[in-house]
Design a binder for this molecule. Structure first.
Ligand code: PEP
Length: 249
Protein backbone atom coordinates (compact mmCIF):
# COMPACT_ATOMS: atom_id res chain seq x y z
CA UNK A 1 0.00 0.00 0.00
CA UNK A 2 1.54 3.31 -1.08
CA UNK A 3 1.46 6.21 1.40
CA UNK A 4 0.07 9.46 0.00
CA UNK A 5 2.77 12.06 -0.51
CA UNK A 6 2.02 15.78 -0.75
CA UNK A 7 5.02 17.97 -1.57
CA UNK A 8 5.29 21.72 -2.04
CA UNK A 9 7.53 23.40 -4.57
CA UNK A 10 8.18 26.99 -3.55
CA UNK A 11 10.23 27.86 -6.66
CA UNK A 12 12.00 31.25 -6.29
CA UNK A 13 9.76 32.53 -3.48
CA UNK A 14 10.27 33.54 0.16
CA UNK A 15 13.11 35.07 2.10
CA UNK A 16 14.49 33.25 5.15
CA UNK A 17 12.14 35.10 7.54
CA UNK A 18 9.11 34.35 5.39
CA UNK A 19 10.10 30.71 5.03
CA UNK A 20 10.56 30.24 8.78
CA UNK A 21 7.25 31.98 9.49
CA UNK A 22 5.40 29.73 7.04
CA UNK A 23 6.77 26.42 8.34
CA UNK A 24 6.23 27.50 11.94
CA UNK A 25 2.54 27.98 11.11
CA UNK A 26 2.30 24.85 8.98
CA UNK A 27 3.85 22.73 11.72
CA UNK A 28 0.95 23.61 14.03
CA UNK A 29 -1.69 23.04 11.37
CA UNK A 30 -0.51 19.56 10.33
CA UNK A 31 0.92 18.22 13.59
CA UNK A 32 -1.85 15.60 13.83
CA UNK A 33 -1.45 14.27 10.29
CA UNK A 34 -0.10 10.73 10.40
CA UNK A 35 -1.28 9.09 7.21
CA UNK A 36 0.31 11.40 4.63
CA UNK A 37 3.98 12.10 3.93
CA UNK A 38 4.61 15.84 3.72
CA UNK A 39 7.54 17.72 2.21
CA UNK A 40 8.45 21.24 1.22
CA UNK A 41 11.02 21.80 -1.51
CA UNK A 42 12.37 25.27 -0.94
CA UNK A 43 15.08 27.63 -2.19
CA UNK A 44 18.42 26.32 -0.92
CA UNK A 45 19.18 29.35 1.23
CA UNK A 46 16.05 28.69 3.31
CA UNK A 47 16.65 25.03 4.03
CA UNK A 48 18.96 25.26 7.03
CA UNK A 49 16.76 27.65 9.03
CA UNK A 50 13.64 25.72 7.99
CA UNK A 51 15.22 22.54 9.28
CA UNK A 52 15.67 24.16 12.69
CA UNK A 53 11.86 24.45 12.80
CA UNK A 54 10.77 21.13 11.27
CA UNK A 55 13.45 18.66 12.36
CA UNK A 56 11.71 15.80 14.21
CA UNK A 57 8.29 16.75 12.88
CA UNK A 58 6.17 15.17 10.14
CA UNK A 59 7.38 17.80 7.62
CA UNK A 60 10.33 16.75 5.49
CA UNK A 61 12.45 19.06 3.38
CA UNK A 62 13.65 18.93 -0.18
CA UNK A 63 15.77 20.98 -2.54
CA UNK A 64 14.52 22.25 -5.89
CA UNK A 65 17.62 21.24 -7.81
CA UNK A 66 21.14 19.81 -7.48
CA UNK A 67 24.18 19.47 -9.66
CA UNK A 68 25.41 16.00 -10.56
CA UNK A 69 29.02 16.31 -9.42
CA UNK A 70 30.14 15.68 -5.86
CA UNK A 71 32.28 18.82 -5.54
CA UNK A 72 34.63 21.04 -7.50
CA UNK A 73 34.77 24.02 -9.80
CA UNK A 74 31.05 24.44 -10.57
CA UNK A 75 30.37 28.01 -9.50
CA UNK A 76 26.85 28.57 -8.29
CA UNK A 77 25.89 24.90 -8.05
CA UNK A 78 24.95 22.73 -5.06
CA UNK A 79 25.92 19.11 -4.53
CA UNK A 80 23.63 16.41 -3.14
CA UNK A 81 25.83 16.13 -0.03
CA UNK A 82 25.36 19.85 0.68
CA UNK A 83 21.62 19.49 0.39
CA UNK A 84 21.67 16.43 2.63
CA UNK A 85 23.73 18.29 5.24
CA UNK A 86 20.98 20.86 5.76
CA UNK A 87 18.37 18.22 6.49
CA UNK A 88 16.90 17.38 3.09
CA UNK A 89 15.48 13.98 2.24
CA UNK A 90 14.14 14.92 -1.19
CA UNK A 91 15.21 16.78 -4.29
CA UNK A 92 13.16 17.81 -7.32
CA UNK A 93 14.85 16.75 -10.55
CA UNK A 94 13.80 18.03 -13.95
CA UNK A 95 11.04 20.46 -13.09
CA UNK A 96 9.67 21.83 -16.35
CA UNK A 97 11.03 25.28 -15.46
CA UNK A 98 14.53 23.78 -15.26
CA UNK A 99 13.97 22.00 -18.56
CA UNK A 100 12.44 24.98 -20.37
CA UNK A 101 14.24 28.01 -18.89
CA UNK A 102 17.61 26.46 -18.03
CA UNK A 103 17.81 23.98 -20.89
CA UNK A 104 18.16 20.82 -18.80
CA UNK A 105 17.76 17.70 -20.92
CA UNK A 106 16.95 14.10 -20.05
CA UNK A 107 20.60 12.99 -20.24
CA UNK A 108 21.64 15.60 -17.67
CA UNK A 109 18.67 14.70 -15.48
CA UNK A 110 19.69 11.06 -15.60
CA UNK A 111 23.11 12.03 -14.19
CA UNK A 112 21.44 14.10 -11.49
CA UNK A 113 19.23 11.17 -10.51
CA UNK A 114 22.23 8.87 -10.21
CA UNK A 115 24.10 11.39 -8.03
CA UNK A 116 21.04 11.88 -5.83
CA UNK A 117 20.73 8.14 -5.24
CA UNK A 118 24.44 7.91 -4.43
CA UNK A 119 23.86 10.41 -1.59
CA UNK A 120 20.68 8.71 -0.43
CA UNK A 121 18.43 11.58 -1.46
CA UNK A 122 14.97 10.68 -2.76
CA UNK A 123 14.42 12.33 -6.14
CA UNK A 124 11.09 13.64 -7.33
CA UNK A 125 11.47 13.33 -11.10
CA UNK A 126 9.15 15.68 -13.00
CA UNK A 127 7.87 14.65 -16.40
CA UNK A 128 5.04 15.89 -18.57
CA UNK A 129 4.06 17.21 -21.96
CA UNK A 130 3.54 20.64 -23.50
CA UNK A 131 0.14 21.85 -24.68
CA UNK A 132 0.93 21.19 -28.35
CA UNK A 133 1.93 17.61 -27.53
CA UNK A 134 -1.28 17.09 -25.59
CA UNK A 135 -3.36 18.50 -28.44
CA UNK A 136 -1.55 16.34 -30.99
CA UNK A 137 -2.13 13.23 -28.86
CA UNK A 138 1.65 12.85 -28.42
CA UNK A 139 1.66 12.96 -24.62
CA UNK A 140 2.18 9.22 -24.17
CA UNK A 141 5.25 9.38 -26.42
CA UNK A 142 6.61 12.37 -24.52
CA UNK A 143 6.48 10.75 -21.06
CA UNK A 144 7.69 7.43 -22.48
CA UNK A 145 10.75 9.19 -23.90
CA UNK A 146 11.37 11.06 -20.63
CA UNK A 147 11.21 7.80 -18.66
CA UNK A 148 13.42 5.82 -21.04
CA UNK A 149 16.10 8.51 -21.06
CA UNK A 150 15.76 9.70 -17.46
CA UNK A 151 15.83 6.24 -15.87
CA UNK A 152 18.51 4.74 -18.11
CA UNK A 153 20.90 2.60 -16.06
CA UNK A 154 19.04 3.13 -12.78
CA UNK A 155 18.39 0.05 -10.65
CA UNK A 156 14.93 -1.13 -9.60
CA UNK A 157 15.75 -0.81 -5.90
CA UNK A 158 16.34 2.93 -6.39
CA UNK A 159 13.27 3.37 -8.58
CA UNK A 160 11.04 1.80 -5.91
CA UNK A 161 12.06 4.49 -3.51
CA UNK A 162 11.84 7.51 -5.80
CA UNK A 163 8.87 9.65 -6.76
CA UNK A 164 7.65 10.64 -10.21
CA UNK A 165 5.61 13.82 -10.59
CA UNK A 166 3.51 13.95 -13.73
CA UNK A 167 3.15 17.66 -14.45
CA UNK A 168 1.66 18.68 -17.79
CA UNK A 169 3.22 22.03 -18.66
CA UNK A 170 -0.12 23.49 -19.67
CA UNK A 171 -1.43 23.02 -16.13
CA UNK A 172 1.49 24.51 -14.18
CA UNK A 173 0.75 27.90 -12.68
CA UNK A 174 -2.08 28.42 -15.15
CA UNK A 175 -5.06 27.61 -12.97
CA UNK A 176 -5.95 24.96 -15.54
CA UNK A 177 -5.89 21.47 -14.04
CA UNK A 178 -5.90 18.19 -15.86
CA UNK A 179 -9.19 16.49 -15.10
CA UNK A 180 -8.80 13.64 -12.61
CA UNK A 181 -9.53 11.24 -15.49
CA UNK A 182 -6.85 12.80 -17.73
CA UNK A 183 -4.33 12.59 -14.88
CA UNK A 184 -5.28 9.01 -14.04
CA UNK A 185 -5.02 7.95 -17.69
CA UNK A 186 -1.43 9.07 -18.08
CA UNK A 187 -0.31 8.18 -14.56
CA UNK A 188 -1.56 4.61 -15.00
CA UNK A 189 0.36 4.57 -18.30
CA UNK A 190 3.50 5.72 -16.41
CA UNK A 191 3.03 2.89 -13.91
CA UNK A 192 2.66 0.36 -16.73
CA UNK A 193 5.80 1.74 -18.33
CA UNK A 194 7.70 1.27 -15.06
CA UNK A 195 6.46 -2.34 -14.97
CA UNK A 196 7.83 -2.85 -18.50
CA UNK A 197 11.17 -1.20 -17.71
CA UNK A 198 11.51 -3.04 -14.38
CA UNK A 199 8.87 -5.36 -12.94
CA UNK A 200 5.42 -5.34 -11.36
CA UNK A 201 6.73 -4.99 -7.80
CA UNK A 202 8.67 -1.85 -8.72
CA UNK A 203 5.63 -0.41 -10.51
CA UNK A 204 3.45 -1.10 -7.47
CA UNK A 205 5.98 0.48 -5.09
CA UNK A 206 6.86 3.74 -6.85
CA UNK A 207 4.82 6.77 -5.87
CA UNK A 208 3.49 8.91 -8.69
CA UNK A 209 2.20 12.41 -8.02
CA UNK A 210 0.12 14.74 -10.12
CA UNK A 211 1.17 18.39 -10.33
CA UNK A 212 -0.48 21.34 -12.03
CA UNK A 213 -2.72 23.87 -10.29
CA UNK A 214 -3.60 21.56 -7.39
CA UNK A 215 -5.68 23.57 -4.90
CA UNK A 216 -7.71 22.80 -1.77
CA UNK A 217 -10.90 22.59 -3.83
CA UNK A 218 -9.67 20.03 -6.40
CA UNK A 219 -7.22 17.86 -4.45
CA UNK A 220 -9.79 15.39 -3.17
CA UNK A 221 -10.98 14.22 -6.58
CA UNK A 222 -7.40 14.01 -7.85
CA UNK A 223 -6.36 11.91 -4.85
CA UNK A 224 -9.38 9.63 -5.34
CA UNK A 225 -7.82 8.20 -8.52
CA UNK A 226 -6.32 4.74 -7.95
CA UNK A 227 -2.90 5.42 -9.48
CA UNK A 228 -2.36 8.93 -8.12
CA UNK A 229 -0.38 8.79 -4.91
CA UNK A 230 0.07 12.45 -4.19
CA UNK A 231 0.51 15.96 -5.47
CA UNK A 232 3.36 18.31 -6.23
CA UNK A 233 1.98 21.72 -5.38
CA UNK A 234 3.39 25.07 -6.50
CA UNK A 235 1.36 28.21 -5.80
CA UNK A 236 -0.95 26.71 -3.18
CA UNK A 237 2.01 25.48 -1.10
CA UNK A 238 3.18 29.02 -0.36
CA UNK A 239 0.55 29.69 2.32
CA UNK A 240 0.29 27.46 5.39
CA UNK A 241 -3.50 27.55 5.41
CA UNK A 242 -4.01 26.43 1.81
CA UNK A 243 -1.18 23.89 1.88
CA UNK A 244 -2.50 22.35 5.09
CA UNK A 245 -5.93 21.94 3.48
CA UNK A 246 -4.33 20.09 0.58
CA UNK A 247 -2.35 17.89 2.99
CA UNK A 248 -5.59 17.06 4.82
CA UNK A 249 -7.48 16.26 1.60
C1 PEP B 1 4.79 23.18 -9.82
O1 PEP B 1 5.47 24.17 -9.77
O2 PEP B 1 5.34 22.07 -9.80
C2 PEP B 1 3.34 23.33 -9.89
C3 PEP B 1 2.61 22.26 -10.08
O3 PEP B 1 2.84 24.61 -9.76
P1 PEP B 1 1.29 25.02 -9.57
O4 PEP B 1 0.72 24.13 -8.49
O5 PEP B 1 1.34 26.45 -9.14
O6 PEP B 1 0.62 24.81 -10.87
Amino acid sequence: MRRPFIAGNWKMNKTVDQAVEMVTELKKLVSGVEDVDIAICAPAVNLYPMNEVVADTNIALGAENIYWKESGAYTGELSPAMIKSVGCQYVIIGHSERREIFGENDQLLNLKLKTAFAEDLKPILCIGEKLAEREAGAYFDRVKFQLDAGLSGIEAENVKDMVIAYEPLWAIGTGETATPEQAEEIISFIREKIAKLYDQATAEAIRIQYGGSVKPHNVKEIMAQPNIDGALVGGASLEAESFSKIIKF
